[in-house]
Design a binder for this molecule. Sequence first.
Ligand code: BTN
Length: 335
Amino acid sequence: MKDLILKELRQAEGYISGERLSELCGVSRTAIWKHIKTLQQEGYQIESQHGAGYRLVGMADVLNARELADHLQGSCFAPSAKIHCYQEVTSTNTVAKELAQKAADRQAKQGIVVTAENQTAGKGRLGRPWTSAQGTGICCSVVLAPMMTLAEASRFSFIAATAIAEGVRRYTGLDVQIKWPNDLVLNGRKICGILVEMVAEAEHVDYFVLGFGLNVNQTSADFPQEIAQKATSLAIQSGVKIDRMALLCQILLSIEEHLALYQSQGFAPIRQKWLASACFLGEKVVIRQQERIIDEGTVQGIDEDGALLLERPDGQTVRILAGDVSLRQADGRYC
Ligand code: BTN
């Protein structure tokens, strides 16, 4: 109902009366008044004037399903019933998975979007927790159901990272890079974490839940001390506040576009794009798993499955399938 009232307020030129809103929305004037109060509490600037009605003078910086759907016309995310914007959830990935389980078929699953202003149990890669300051970033999960065999599934997170990086680059013009396997970094600091979860049948992928946490309008003070040196936000790097709604639309469209590219031309063009955005190519790194160093060498690239190709000091090239990459600094330490 709130979304419908908001739509009418946006379409109205100037004031719209409570009576007209109640006719258009099919609820009482008292109900309209209550929803307007809630919208104001959420940050929408709505003026009310006796005898004239209500007028929207400023949008809230809140992700909103109807507006996202309006901006995503023609894409697989467009039906607003597929977009769910919450104030708070445990984890958008968990909620997206629940929605996908209830969806009737592949087509109904494809394009489900869940966003939250706050997560109480955000999940990171390798079982780590994920926290982000309320309402400043983008916490989003998308259900995607491409036709893929289990053997191809490892490529999905590279398609996702390439697409999200390109979406952010298109909107901000900032030189976003990808750190294997799929962290996005800007000037050496992390701006986005990606968590891909998969539900599969015997040989085929049923669907993926692609979750990403993007640092958008955080200030330095918003980051906990333990990650303050490693993380940054788009606003810190660009010096301007970013429209999260417009940025998210650009990212979602880029995801759809890159999946279509994969389906029409295979992994080769994705791999090329991933390599063009990759940091650490030709650099000396260590590979950590659970903070333990398990390998070291020079980064050569990625192969057809997305495995990291690492040339060890003895000249042997090995494939790394899981872990975190850290760069060797001039003083011999790793960061
Ligand atoms: C990582 O870098 O470890 C991955 C972090 C992924 C975080 C996002 S936020 C939206 C989605 N919901 C979650 O619980 N996790 C992902």
